[in-house]
Ligand binder design. Structure first.
Ligand code: ATP
Length: 296
């Protein structure tokens, strides 16, 4: 594959494919035959240097497999990808790529016995940060992810949200030019999720981020561009506004009523008037929903 043509591009993906060998049981009568499983069936896209790109899709779409191919965890079986000009297919390229990336995996890879401060010191050393800068780097990242108060507490006692925040901090250590965040907010309560969104928004400057999620709201809020994946293929790609206008199926508005203490009549007695009043007078939060069935 040719080298980078456009200097504004961080990642060029050219027909990336991943086939797992002999994993699908065909299941006819007593037949134990297996066939290869095509988890990613040729992905084509470019991601700009200062862009947060969201890979959105249902379970099993191939998002994590794509990320594991781009980060060298899983060898690709077709196509190629260039990260800042280095190919994931070449071992020299991959060793350059590892120096430029940060990864927050789908499942936290943390040690229960180590504190968040110790985790960051460990990963900073592995990434080759100058020893003199490790303390200040760890302190800043802990402040960014709001874990300063728990810096010396063992990660084993952290809540799920704290562990995810620590994993995001680990991904950002060493100021990588490209960060992979694989479902960084899965399983979080709404407040913690908002908090992690703020952290991600703050860390966008000057780097490319590839984030996977099931949440359309998350993709909408965070991303510069969204790619929707299903069954191993990229079904559509574009900005949130473009995808909404093309695939949006309407809006859902949530309206809550507070029953008046003076008025004994039930709020559900006559909903029409208050709903009309609410719509006419108030700015309401609405969210577009895609019809996934149209895309799969
Ligand atoms: N090591 C493996 N061997 C065989 N099949 C695999 C392997 N890893 C993943 N798969 C299959 O590849 C498909 C894509 O999985 P992948 O984890 O990439 O999806 P995903 O979009 O990240 O889903 P989720 O949102 O649930 O994490 C799934 O059908 C999965 O079962």
């Amino acid at each position: 594959m040719d080298g980078i043509v456009d200097p504004s591009i961080a990642v060029q993906i050219h027909g990336l494919a991943k086939t797992y060998p002999g994993t699908t049981k065909l299941g006819c009568c007593k037949c134990t035959k297996t066939s290869p499983f095509h988890a990613v069936k040729g992905l084509w896209m470019n991601i700009a240097k200062d862009q947060l790109f969201c890979l959105l899709g249902p379970n099993g779409a191939g998002k994590t497999t794509s990320i594991s191919c781009l980060t060298g965890i899983n060898p690709i079986t077709g196509g190629d990808a260039l990260i800042y000009g280095d190919s994931v297919r070449s071992s020299v390229g991959m060793s350059n790529i590892r120096k430029m990336i940060g990864v927050c995996p789908q499942f936290d890879i943390l040690w229960d016995a180590l504190s968040s401060e110790e985790h960051l010191h460990l990963f900073a050393s592995i990434k080759g940060l100058p020893p003199a800068s490790i303390n200040s780097t760890a302190e800043k990242l802990l402040a960014d992810v709001k874990l300063t108060g728990a810096a010396k507490v063992r990660a084993g006692s952290y809540s799920g949200g704290m562990k995810r925040r620590l994993s995001v901090a680990v991904a950002l250590i060493g100021d990588p030019k490209l960060v992979f965040l694989d479902e960084p907010t899965t399983g979080m309560d709404p407040i913690t999720r908002r908090h992690v969104w703020d952290i991600i928004q703050d860390s966008k400057k000057g780097r490319a981020i590839i984030l996977t999620t099931h949440s359309m709201e998350e993709a909408d809020i965070l991303s510069d561009r969204i790619g929707i994946m299903a069954k191993g293929r990229l079904r559509c790609i574009g900005t949130s506004i473009r995808l909404k206008s093309r695939f949006g199926t309407g809006f859902v508005a949530t309206v809550s009523f507070v029953e008046s203490k003076k008025d004994n009549s039930s709020a559900s007695g006559d909903l029409h008037e208050p709903v009309k009043r609410f719509f006419n007078e108030a700015r309401i939060h609405t969210q577009t929903f895609f019809n996934m069935a149209d895309l799969t």
